[in-house]
Design a protein around this ligand. Structure first.
Ligand code: BV8
Length: 237
């Protein structure tokens, strides 16, 4: 029996890849929890929430610019590329729902990605409602020309998720026959509970993670390995 329990993508008409920080770990992007995790080093209440931004936007930008510089040096890995290739080969059948803000799915060849928690590479002006893609690392022009601070277009703790993104994600998850969760600890809500909509719809659920997680019991198959290794097995590549 291969580690991937003889599951192969061609057996499923519609597939959702539900990803977290672990899929980018092999690219060198730090995860949030566990050894060297971002929240081990930084208190999100000081650096990554609306109150911190209102209190000290410069400090929040220092933190987010440091992350821009780290991620800009990282490349998409085999796991991102396998998913991106699959979505290219089977557009409409393969959806990607990510909690990540690093943009590596898109750089790894994906065409459409539902970014539940926003993007490190987008900023918005809360005064004018303008949203812009800004790829500079670091971003030096930190204010919109109206004078207001650019706000990272990221869903921080306590922020509501974007209604349209949630709706599109739930729609894809409820229609799929296979949901593959990759590299998420399953502790951040409401994202963590989205895979349960696939379970309710009778889909097959696969978890790819070297460690057990808070949601492992919900999965039919738990593949204990790294994202790129297990995805290569599942894709027969
Ligand atoms: C909201 C910003 C309401 C982006 C993040 C008590 C109970 C339940 C819920 C709550 C509660 N108290 C508060 C809440 C709500 C809160 C929440 O869930 N808190 C948790 C922590 C208890 N949620 C919120 O606040 C959300 N908003 O609820 O709003 C609302 C409604 C209406 C109106 C107003 C408000 C917003 C949540 C979004 C928070 N944003 N970050 C950023 O800075 O990046 S959180 C952060 O966690 C990231 O977004 C990240 O994506 C997310 C999840 O983390 P993971 O991706 O799972 O990463 P993690 O490091 O945890 O795990 C990595 C995994 O990879 C590990 O399992 C590891 O084993 C594995 N791995 C490692 N290497 C590999 C690997 N896997 C495969 N291959 C490898 N090589």
């Amino acid at each position: 029996m291969t580690k991937s329990n003889n599951i192969s993508f061609e057996k499923f008409e519609r597939i959702v890849f539900f990803t977290g920080a672990g899929i980018s770990a092999e690219s060198g992007v730090p995860t949030f929890r566990g050894k060297g995790g971002i929240w081990e080093k930084y208190d999100y209440e000081q650096y990554a929430c609306q109150a911190a931004f209102d209190r000290d936007p410069e400090k929040v930008w220092e933190f987010h610019n440091a992350r821009r510089e780290v991620v800009a040096r990282c490349e998409p890995n085999r796991g991102h590329e396998i998913i991106g290739q699959l979505q290219k080969e089977r557009p409409g059948d393969v959806a990607i729902v990510t909690q990540n803000i690093d943009g590596l799915h898109l750089r790894g060849g994906a065409m459409t990605v539902h970014e539940l928690h926003g993007s490190l590479w987008r900023v918005r002006c809360e005064r004018c409602g303008v949203v812009e893609q800004r790829l500079e690392a670091p971003l030096t022009e930190l204010q919109h020309d109206c004078g207001a601070w650019w706000r990272p277009d990221i869903v921080w703790f306590g922020d509501a998720l974007d209604g349209e993104v949630i709706e599109a994600s739930i729609e894809a998850i409820s229609r799929c026959q296979l949901l593959v969760s990759i590299g998420t600890s399953g502790v951040v809500f409401p994202a963590a509970q989205l895979p349960l909509a696939a379970k309710k719809a009778g889909s097959t659920l696969v978890e790819i993670n070297p460690e057990p997680t808070a949601m492992s019991d919900a999965y039919d198959h738990c593949l204990r390995g790294s994202a790129s290794e297990m995805l290569a097995e599942l894709a027969g590549r």
